[in-house]
Design a protein around this ligand. Structure first.
Ligand code: SF4
Length: 123
């Protein structure tokens, strides 16, 4: 029976979770140490398909800055983050850009977009 120790990062409390394989439970795991149901969901996801929201920057032309901050619209599988960064590093967009504009749609067929997290006017 496998057991994992994780810290829940859903809120600042940071509960220490113990996630144990449990064939008797509905979802195959038993989670202990969580102060709320979100911790159970996070713990199971963390040992089955861990994801992270990606924040980074992309190159922009015709603006006051050379790069613009972007964020993923949802969590991306941790194992695909490096590959996502390779795609994002090749992107070069042109001003003006509005916060929320989709910069890369459905990156790596994950169903997650990379969107601008701020606006940037033309220079
Ligand atoms: S289990 Fe609930 S209270 Fe604890 S860190 Fe996660 S979200 Fe916060």
């Amino acid at each position: 029976m496998k057991e994992y120790e994780k810290v829940c990062i859903v809120c600042p409390v940071g509960c220490r979770l113990t996630i144990t394989e449990d064939s008797n439970s509905n979802n195959g795991y038993r989670v202990e140490g969580n102060n709320c149901p979100r911790g159970e969901k996070y713990g199971i996801k963390e040992v089955t398909n861990p994801t992270r929201v990606l924040t980074t920057t992309v190159k922009i032309s015709g603006a006051h800055h050379d790069r613009i901050p972007v964020i993923s619209s949802d969590g991306l599988p941790k194992k695909k983050l490096f590959e996502c960064m390779e795609i994002i590093n090749d992107v070069n967009i042109v001003a003006p850009i509005k916060a929320g504009d989709v910069i890369v749609e459905d990156i790596l067929d994950t169903g997650v977009d990379i969107v601008a997290s701020r606006s940037m006017d033309k220079q």
